[in-house]
Design a protein around this ligand. Structure first.
Ligand code: ASP
Length: 205
């Protein structure tokens, strides 16, 4: 149980665009930055010590290998002194980014949790709140590795696949149990699923 004397975990939020941080315009959804997530981030500051880095503002269909390198370097270079990192990302290619990051960030020594949403944060029925909260819980959990948090479940980054376009359970974990779930008891982690570190963290870019 959290007490008033627990120090807040230090979490870096990196934004890359995607529906979660987009604004609705007459020309459709336009990806923006952390200003779209600001109200929710403010609420989360009651529980976490949060730094924000707006890295890019892209629909994830425009995320290419150069962006993978940029994200991996940002994580690797900024990780010291942090407890965890949350990356917001469009859902269309999030599983590709989370897979490649699992290999680029070899033996990563903190949780790196990607999340996104089926609806923009500013939509009243958005899943963005829940997904961001699950991602922060996992990022503060002390479990190192690259993960995807979605629909109150956490999966290994290299096992996640987007399988649904219209429902909130957009991602599935292929041939591996979930790394964690959010229940009324909080974050329930399946330790047997977590990646085993085999040496010092290394950036393979
Ligand atoms: N087209 C968006 C993207 O992948 C879809 C989303 O975020 O759900 O950036």
């Amino acid at each position: 149980e959290k007490t008033m004397t627990d120090p807040k975990k230090k979490i870096l939020l990196i934004t890359t665009g995607g529906t979660i941080a987009s604004v609705s315009t007459k020309d459709g959804l336009v990806p923006a930055g952390s200003e779209i997530l600001a109200a929710e981030v403010e609420r989360l500051r009651d529980y976490y010590d949060i730094e924000v880095c707006d890295l890019m503002r892209l629909d994830s269909s425009n995320i290419q290998p150069e962006e993978w390198v940029k994200i991996a370097r940002c994580v690797f270079e900024r990780r010291q002194g942090l407890d965890g990192i949350v990356i917001t990302h469009g859902t269309d290619t999030m599983a590709y980014t989370s897979s490649i990051l699992s290999f680029m960030l070899k033996n990563i020594d903190l949780p790196v949790v990607l999340t996104g949403a089926q609806l923009p944060m500013r939509n009243p029925i958005s899943d963005a709140f829940d997904n961001l909260r699950t991602a922060f819980l996992m990022a503060a959990s002390g479990r190192a590795g690259v993960f995807v948090a979605f629909d109150r479940r956490v999966m290994l980054g290299c096992r996640a696949v987007k399988v649904r376009a219209e429902s909130f359970d957009a991602f599935e974990s292929v041939n591996r149990r979930y790394a964690a779930r959010v229940t009324t008891a909080g974050l329930v982690v399946d330790e047997s699923v977590l990646p085993q570190r085999q040496g010092e963290p290394m950036l393979c870019d």
